[in-house]
Ligand binder design. Structure first.
Ligand SMILES: Cc1ncc(COP(=O)(O)O)c(C=O)c1O
Length: 400
């Protein structure tokens, strides 16, 4: 058993303080400032009495790292504090978190209602994997989100939301949809990956469970793969049991990197939002750009909603380039500072081409519903100098 060390004496009330201090235990007599990596698969118990207490449900002890680990627990506690949740469960990836969410809310014969505008991997999980467990999903296209209630049946157990969406940064009203979900007795699950808890807190807006691909902004340095669920103690107890039995636990070394990344989440988000706003404005004024997708722009369809629901407008900017596929390809290849990479959310600014990555293989009709075309380019804005980033975009647009 690891002793509880020195803890933050006062509960943090601001996210910037939560990022740095929540969850961190200063273990042991030497009290290191950072939480150490408990690099072990198993823990030693002092005696059979302790083992008996564990068997009876006492969780003051660690037994086996798949069940729980102090480094992983520190990351969970920090994320729970940031999301305003009673508890959190870390997983090996965002997809593992999505699977756990589906398995704790649904059984064979049940249904999920989900937005159509969700991460492609989640869409495939719902369409290709869950039907094998007898779980069916009905998808709501964005233009019909106002009629969400029509997609529910007596079998619906989960409403799945993602906002802002990938890549057109569409936003949906979490509070209004949570109300619809509650009316139909469905568990409301929100993927908060794009916004982060610094910009948006779905639980405060009425969601029951928040999930993240922590691979993105929470980790923030493109050096780890992780996921997390956060919510009430009751939901998280179910999530932990299912995570334990499906095996998607987070490795302690990875949890250490996640903890380290989380400490700077607030400042990274603040800086990247500022850069993103400047970039969106510069692109909107550019003759080679047909349309910019950024909720901070007044031209964005959900600008007023985003203003209400989020603290700032986020770090993702997408746009349609004039000249179609050829121009998009030339533009991306001519960028010198922006790396072509399929992920997002790191300190480095990256560019992705949705029709060949996140949206590959989707038919023309579905792409049209999602507002994605071969002209669409997605930018994940990092924390570099905004002027340097715009200069690079401009030189690549000039030669696209
Ligand atoms: C919004 C969103 N949710 C979930 C996932 C899946 O996360 P992971 O890749 O960590 O499994 C991703 C991955 O890109 C994502 O963008």
């Amino acid at each position: 058993m690891l002793s509880k060390g020195l803890r933050m004496k006062r509960k943090a009330s601001a996210d910037a303080t939560r990022c740095v201090h929540s969850g961190e235990d200063r273990h042991g007599q030497a009290a290191p400032l950072t939480t150490p990596i408990a690099q072990t698969a198993v823990f030693v118990l002092p005696d059979v009495k302790a083992l008996r207490r564990y068997a009876e449900g006492d969780r003051d002890f660690y037994l086996y790292s798949r069940y729980g680990n102090p480094t992983v627990a520190a990351a969970e506690e920090k994320i729970a504090a940031l999301e305003g949740a009673e508890a959190a469960v870390a997983t090996s990836s965002g997809m593992a978190a999505e699977l756990v969410a589906a398995l704790i809310t649904c059984q064979a014969g049940d249904e999920i209602v989900s937005m159509l505008d969700i991460y492609g991997g989640t869409l495939k999980l719902f369409e290709q994997v869950l039907p094998r467990c007898g779980i069916k999903t009905r998808f709501i296209p964005y233009h019909d989100i106002g009629n969400a209630g029509r997609y529910f049946s007596r079998k619906t157990r989960m409403l799945f939301l993602e906002t802002p969406t990938n890549p057109t940064v569409r936003c949906v009203d979490v509070a209004a949809l949570a109300e619809v979900g509650r009316k139909h007795k469905a568990c409301v699950v929100a993927d908060n990956t794009f916004a982060t808890p610094v910009l948006q807190k779905p639980l405060e807006l009425g969601a029951d469970i928040v999930i993240h691909s922590a691979t993105k902004y929470l980790g923030g340095h493109s050096d780890l793969t992780a996921g997390v669920l956060a919510g009430s103690k009751q939901w998280m107890e179910a999530a932990r049991q299912t995570m334990i039995l499906t095996g998607g636990c987070l490795d302690p070394g990875c949890a250490y990197l996640l903890l380290r990344g989380l400490k700077t989440l607030h400042v990274r988000v603040e800086r990247a939002c500022r850069n993103a706003a400047q970039i969106a404005e510069a692109l909107e004024a550019h003759a080679k750009v047909a349309r910019v997708y950024y909720p901070g722009l007044e031209s964005h369809e959900a600008h007023q909603l985003a203003r209400r629901q989020m603290k700032d407008f986020g770090m993702m900017v997408s746009f349609d380039i004039r000249g179609g596929e050829r121009a998009a390809e030339r533009f991306i290849d001519r960028l010198q500072l922006w790396y072509l990479a399929a992920s997002l959310g790191g300190v480095e600014s990256t560019v992705s081409y949705p029709v060949l990555s996140s949206h590959i293989g989707l038919g023309a009709k579905r792409l049209r519903l999602l507002g994605v075309s071969p002209s669409t380019v997605r930018l994940s804005v990092g924390i570099e100098d905004g002027g340097d980033l715009i200069a690079d975009l401009n030189q690549a647009l000039a030669r696209a």
